[in-house]
Design a protein around this ligand. Structure first.
Ligand code: AMP
Length: 435
């Protein structure tokens, strides 16, 4: 179905075509007409599916048709990370080029004043991380009482990062009558709970089987001794003449060390993680996207949301402790139908993690031993078999349930419930500095 058939106005169709989008992705085909009707949406979509345009295009159209009515934001998009906020706002600008709407991104780690100035000048679309948004609202620099459309992007990540109390506080600042859209890569019970409280008779859209790794990504495991991983990585990059590779480590310290070591091996590299200043993070990402740096070494901070066009290689230098993160990591390649390769350098100690990942994927990953890097343990030359497990599948792999019927007439729920129920504290897997 062409973009024209989705009910989008000419300026927006022109903008997406200028981006080279030939036709809408499945999430766009499903979500755009519903969002244009002003209805609530619960969408199960991973990054890489085109979900940003699925909510950005309807927001731009709805707001431009309704006309500007002041300085206060009329659409609010909440994202879990600063990078994603910047990226979503950039998409708003790109798609909204032919419209007279103002957008800005608000996130921590950078000065408050430019953001305050921007808000004073007036904003239609605000893309923000929760902490800085609350900060500005608390100081009286931001009035959210005119918000007509709310989007929670990467809802599952927001929960993982412990943002629920912040989200409840933000909901209390919004008008009760508004359109809501919740995007999440996975459906846990917590997400369903959030959907119950946030959404009013939502349309459920589920475009990709959750946990199904992007089909265009070739996955390979290279068994290797822990002590020789770096040597193997440098060899792969140099022999393969890789121009752009995103490498995941588990720790910030590990990311820094590896980036330094790669530099000494003659491979240009930089690290991105939560201990870096926002300016350094933005610069590292920009250098990598431009191609001035070949290797970006990242912690899981970068595994979600980052959109790097046509990224050909992703390397798991260390496997993640949480199998789900593997899927988010490798989803950085093979985006929007492009082919990509995801390699994992796996040492003997990581065998149980690999087994978890394979169980989640419901398939075995091909193993290829690189000559001269035979692992110390012969068992690693084969991947662990997919033994039948008595463990129940993780919540996220279960079939999605429709959100429960509203417990009472909706609309007003989000705010009333947030006052009644004490926030359920979840252990945040990531430190606050990531937000
Ligand atoms: P997202 O899932 O929103 O992060 O988008 C992933 C990538 O897909 C981005 O690079 C978009 O520019 C690209 N994209 C979005 N919609 C389309 C489309 N209809 N056709 C081709 N690429 C698209």
């Amino acid at each position: 179905m062409p973009f024209e058939k989705l009910g989008l106005q000419a300026e927006l169709v022109h903008a997406v075509k200028a981006q080279g989008y030939a036709r809408p992705t499945p999430i766009q085909t499903r979500a755009i007409p519903i969002a244009l009707e002003g209805r609530d949406i619960l969408a199960g979509a991973q990054t890489g599916t085109g979900k940003t345009a699925a909510f950005a295009l309807p927001i731009l159209q709805l707001l431009s048709r309704r006309g500007t009515n002041g300085r206060e934001p009329r659409a609010l998009v909440l994202t879990p990370t600063r990078e994603l906020a910047a990226q979503v706002e950039e998409s708003m600008r790109t798609y909204g080029k032919g419209l007279r709407l103002r957008s800005t991104a608000i996130f921590g780690g950078v000065g408050l004043n430019p953001q305050i100035q921007q808000l004073r000048r007036g904003v239609d679309i605000l893309v923000a991380t929760p902490g800085r948004l609350l900060d500005l609202a608390g100081r009286g620099n931001l009035d959210l009482s005119r918000v007509e459309i709310l989007v929670l992007d990467e809802g599952d990540r927001m929960l993982d990062m412990g943002f629920i109390p912040d989200i409840r506080r933000i909901l209390a600042l919004l008008p009760r009558k508004r359109q809501n859209m919740l995007f999440s890569a996975t459906y846990s019970d917590e997400i369903r709970d959030l959907a119950d409280r946030l959404l009013h008779h939502p349309e459920m859209i589920d475009v990709a089987p959750r946990n199904a790794a992007v089909e265009t990504v070739a996955q390979v495991v290279h068994p290797v001794a822990n002590t020789r991983k770096r040597e193997l990585l440098a060899k792969l990059i140099l022999d393969g003449d890789w121009r752009q590779v995103l490498v995941f480590t588990r720790t910030k310290h590990g990311a820094n060390r590896l980036a330094k070591q790669l530099l000494s091996d003659g491979v240009s590299a930089t690290a991105i993680h939560g201990n870096k200043s926002q300016t350094a993070r933005t610069r590292a990402l920009a250098d990598f996207k431009r191609g001035t740096v070949r290797t970006l070494v990242a912690t899981d901070l970068a595994s979600r949301g980052l959109d790097i066009d046509q990224l050909p290689h992703v390397v798991n230098y260390e496997l993640p402790h949480v199998a789900q993160d593997y899927i988010h990591r490798i989803g950085r390649t093979g985006r929007a139908g492009a082919n990509g390769v995801a390699l994992s350098l796996v040492c003997a100690e990581e065998r149980p993690l690999l087994a978890d990942i394979q169980r989640l994927l419901q398939r075995e990953i091909e193993v290829e031993t690189i000559a001269g890097f035979k692992p110390e343990s012969p068992r690693l030359a084969t991947t662990p078999r997919l033994a039948p497990t008595s463990r129940p599948a993780p919540a996220a792999t279960r079939a999605p349930r429709r959100p429960r019927a509203p417990r009472r007439p909706a609309r007003s729920k989000s705010t009333t419930d947030s006052r009644r129920r004490p926030p359920r504290r979840r252990q945040s897997r990531l430190p606050r500095s990531y937000r």
